[in-house]
Design a protein around this ligand. Structure first.
Ligand SMILES: Nc1ncnc2c1ncn2[C@@H]1O[C@H](COP(=O)(O)OP(=O)(O)OP(=O)(O)O)[C@@H](O)[C@H]1O
Ligand SMILES: [Mg+2]
Length: 324
């Protein structure tokens, strides 16, 4: 498999308004030193608890937010040097498209479904005849099983699942190589969620579109993704083949995360409860594991040396001194 998108040491630190008189300004490390590769045609799940930086990382990878450090490569060519606004006008913008969490908020209520789906195409595909644009829009609608009579409707006339399909069709119209989906089904009820997931899986299989699927629902990720990346406080703490990680999670945080779901709990294992307070993402200590203070495997080294992401057999990577 070839690398479609590669992040190298990618960071996004938000400067908080509150200024200190002494010392460093308070920086919230939303995403911190992320190395991550997305291969052509794969579905990569990005999981982790609320506030760990998933949406920020998704927006960085989709080139909708400028990183404060690190690099991003599309097919080996760096795309992080130009600003987000310049990138938005480049022809590489087509390759990576984002689908947002809440279909109600991400669709303009004043545009018909046709206009919503046509909008990115009109901006990114260059001059197109009306007929050619209509054909593109109808193809995208067909790809998400949206009947053509819906094209003249407005968002308020659609169900949640139909709006989610419009959001995906809108991204598909420019024929992207990667869809970045930030909790695309979390606003939908379970049965509709399942059909949207099947649709995404079919798009990946039939068209080879890679998916970065952000979710806090590990059951959903398991159905859709071949690989997963687990985030904790701005850092990737474990990556690997989904099947391997679900069978035998290595990082203590991943173990706790999976143990919270009875159907995913390894046989005979109990629920791992995390005690203690999470560390702050503001100016985090550079010589300490971010998970220290909550970790059931903690040793003195964990508060002296921050662990690096290291390779385990089978292509797995884990950020822990003691895992594996
Ligand atoms: N524009 C911003 N300015 C300052 N801090 C921000 C900004 N955007 C996000 N953050 C902070 O960055 C951290 C990561 O936020 P992010 O939205 O990426 O988390 P998340 O993993 O997507 O959470 P959730 O599961 O709740 O969606 C949080 O601490 C958040 O408060
Ligand atoms: Mg989020």
């Amino acid at each position: 498999m070839t690398a479609l998108l590669q992040a190298r040491n990618l960071s996004c630190h938000f400067r908080l308004r509150r200024e200190t008189l002494f010392g460093r300004p308070p920086l919230l490390h939303a995403v911190d030193g992320v190395d991550l590769t997305i291969h052509a045609g794969e579905a990569l799940g990005l999981v982790g608890e609320s506030g760990c930086g998933k949406s920020t990382l998704a927006r960085l990878l989709a080139r909708l937010l400028d990183p404060t450090g690190g690099q991003l490569f599309l097919h080996g060519a760096e795309i992080s040097r130009e600003s987000v606004s310049r990138f938005a006008r480049s022809d590489r913008r087509r390759a990576i498209q984002m689908v947002f969490q809440d279909p109600t908020e991400s669709l303009n209520p004043l545009l018909t479904v046709f206009q919503s789906i046509a909008d990115p195409g009109g901006r990114l595909l260059g001059p197109l005849s009306r007929t050619a644009l209509r054909q593109r829009v109808e193809e995208a609608a067909a790809a998400v099983n949206l009947p053509l009579e819906f094209l003249d409707r407005y968002p308020h006339q659609l169900s949640g699942g139909q709006k989610a399909r419009v959001g995906i069709a809108r991204a598909l119209v420019v024929e992207p190589q990667l869809l970045v989906l930030d909790e695309p089904t979390s606003a939908l009820d379970v049965s509709v969620q399942a059909t949207v997931l099947q649709l995404l899986d079919r798009l990946r299989r039939d068209r080879g579109i890679a998916l970065l699927f952000v979710s806090h629902d590990l059951n959903v990720v398991r159905l859709l993704c071949q690989r997963i990346a687990v985030m904790y406080l701005g850092e990737i703490v474990e990556t690997g083949a989904a099947a391997d990680i679900y069978r035998a999670p290595a990082h203590p945080y991943t173990r706790a995360l999976l143990s919270a779901i009875p159907s995913l709990r390894p046989r005979g294992a109990g629920r791992i409860r995390l005690d203690g307070e999470p560390q702050s993402p503001v100016n985090p200590c550079a010589t300490r594991c971010r998970f220290a203070g909550r970790c059931f495997m903690e040793q003195p080294l964990c508060t002296q040396v921050a662990p690096e992401l290291r390779a385990l057999p089978g292509g797995r990577q884990v950020r822990c001194h003691y895992a594996g």
